[in-house]
Design a protein around this ligand. Structure first.
Ligand SMILES: Cc1cc2nc3c(=O)[nH]c(=O)nc-3n(C[C@H](O)[C@H](O)[C@H](O)COP(=O)(O)OP(=O)(O)OC[C@H]3O[C@@H](n4cnc5c(N)ncnc54)[C@H](O)[C@@H]3O)c2cc1C
Length: 389
């Protein structure tokens, strides 16, 4: 049985190739890494060797020079296959920040190595324990000292750092009290993990609900060469927004993949499971929620493509990226609930993957931006309502 997915024919070659790769990493593989809370190293290696991890790296640096829309198709196919793309999406959204704002020297040094799979740029440290979503209140500071910056502070939920050589770090370079706009005075840096660990940076893993490798990171006098500053000092918040929009769009695509996976699984199970002498899918009480979930995923998919097209055209896409992430995360979560309910008790058994995917897709209503913050963005920036905080 094949679902009629909108846009299923688009990017056909990419879809076929990623599907073929994902088919080698079956349900048993994802269950094992989930159970062991292990990083899916073999999967990420295969993606790297096949060139998908460097999809956004321009051809002149050895990558494929694909668009964010194409990258979102890669992410969608991973979750659509039953896998978890949280292990690899970082490289895609961080790439947008480096490509748009990095210096020629940074690109020349790093991009060929990233394209060759020698380096991973998978990690981004923005969130802090005390600032929460109010990023302008971050307390991590970077002070210029000659040809270096000295960093002190703490990040939380810094994902994939244990499996990445490089991290993009947001730190305050001018105190909040001294800036005109509170989003001014922050800067972004490339942190080379091999030169930072034990020399002012320590990493403490956070065990969490999903198999998502994420950490607390402590900085105590970490020295970063001034050449690792991305773009101009003080403009980091503006730069990182490009990366955050890319992240929202990619995660929307992952949720779309999840949503189709849940609808597909629920549909198959509803056809096969016989109770009271008939397939449970013959009952409208089972059919209708699955149909509704499918409608929601299809609708969210349209906004995902709209947001991705705007991003690729370098147009403003903040509203669309937020709406795509919101609609897709909501749709995949509803589809997850419907799928679990359709499976009844068996939905709770790890061997069917439903409970794992249910946990995995739930994350995206909270991260990378939570629902209320999307509502407040739309209320203020699209509808012109008064700022609430
Ligand atoms: C598994 C995981 C991986 C992550 N990976 C990364 C990463 O790689 N890099 C990184 O920098 N961060 C990462 N994050 C952090 C993530 O982006 C944040 O958790 C998320 O943005 C929410 O921020 P917070 O947890 O600080 O919530 P808070 O800001 O403390 O908010 C808590 C709740 O209050 C609500 N709220 C807050 N203010 C308001 C308001 N004014 N009005 C209404 N409601 C409000 C929020 O919507 C939320 O529901 C990750 C998080 C998780 C769980």
């Amino acid at each position: 049985m094949k679902l009629r997915e909108s846009h299923a024919a688009e990017y056909g070659e990419i879809r076929d190739a990623v599907r073929a790769l994902c088919a080698k990493f079956d349900s048993a593989y994802w269950q094992k890494v989930d159970e062991e809370r292990a990083y899916p190293e073999a999967f990420v290696d295969a993606l790297t060797k096949a060139g998908w991890m460097s999809a956004l790296v321009p051809e002149e640096y050895g990558g494929s020079g694909l668009t964010l829309t194409a990258a979102s198709v890669i992410m969608e196919e991973i979750t659509r296959s039953g896998g978890n793309a949280g292990c690899c999406h970082g490289q895609m959204y961080n790439m947008s920040t480096l490509l748009r704002h990095g210096s020629a020297e940074q690109k020349k040094t790093l991009l060929p190595k990233i394209a060759a799979g020698e380096l991973r740029l998978q990690s981004m440290g923005v969130t802090e324990p005390s600032a929460g979503t109010d990023t302008t209140r971050i307390k991590t500071v970077a002070r210029r000292k000659g040809d270096r910056y000295v960093v002190s502070g703490q990040k939380v939920w810094t994902s994939r750092l244990q499996h990445s050589e490089l991290m993009i770090l947001l730190a305050r370079t001018t105190p909040l009290a001294e800036v005109r706009k509170k989003s001014d005075g922050m800067s972004i840096f490339l942190v080379d993990k091999s030169k930072a660990l034990g020399k002012g940076m320590t990493v403490k893993p956070i065990r969490n609900m999903v198999n998502h490798e994420t950490n607390e990171v402590f900085f105590d006098g970490l020295e970063i060469p001034a050449g690792n500053l991305i773009g101009e000092e003080g403009k980091g918040f503006k730069y990182i927004l490009d990366g955050l929009n890319a992240e929202r769009i990619l995660i929307a695509a992952e949720c779309i993949g999840d949503g189709y996976w849940f609808v597909d699984r629920a549909t198959k199970y509803a056809q096969e499971r016989v109770v009271f002498d008939r397939p449970i899918g013959q009952n409208q009480g089972i059919q209708f929620p699955i149909a509704e979930a499918y409608i929601e995923v299809e609708a969210a998919n349209l906004m995902r493509y709209k947001a991705a097209a705007l991003f690729d055209a370098r147009k403003h896409c903040g509203a669309e990226a937020n709406m795509a992430k919101h609609l897709a995360a909501k749709a995949s979560w509803e589809a997850a609930n419907v799928c679990l309910q359709t499976y009844g008790g068996f939905g709770f058994a790890a061997e069917y993957d439903v409970e794992r995917k249910f946990r995995e897709t739930r994350l995206y209503l909270v991260a990378p931006i939570s629902t209320n913050l999307i509502y407040s963005y739309i209320a203020e920036h699209v509808l012109g309502l008064p700022r609430s905080f």
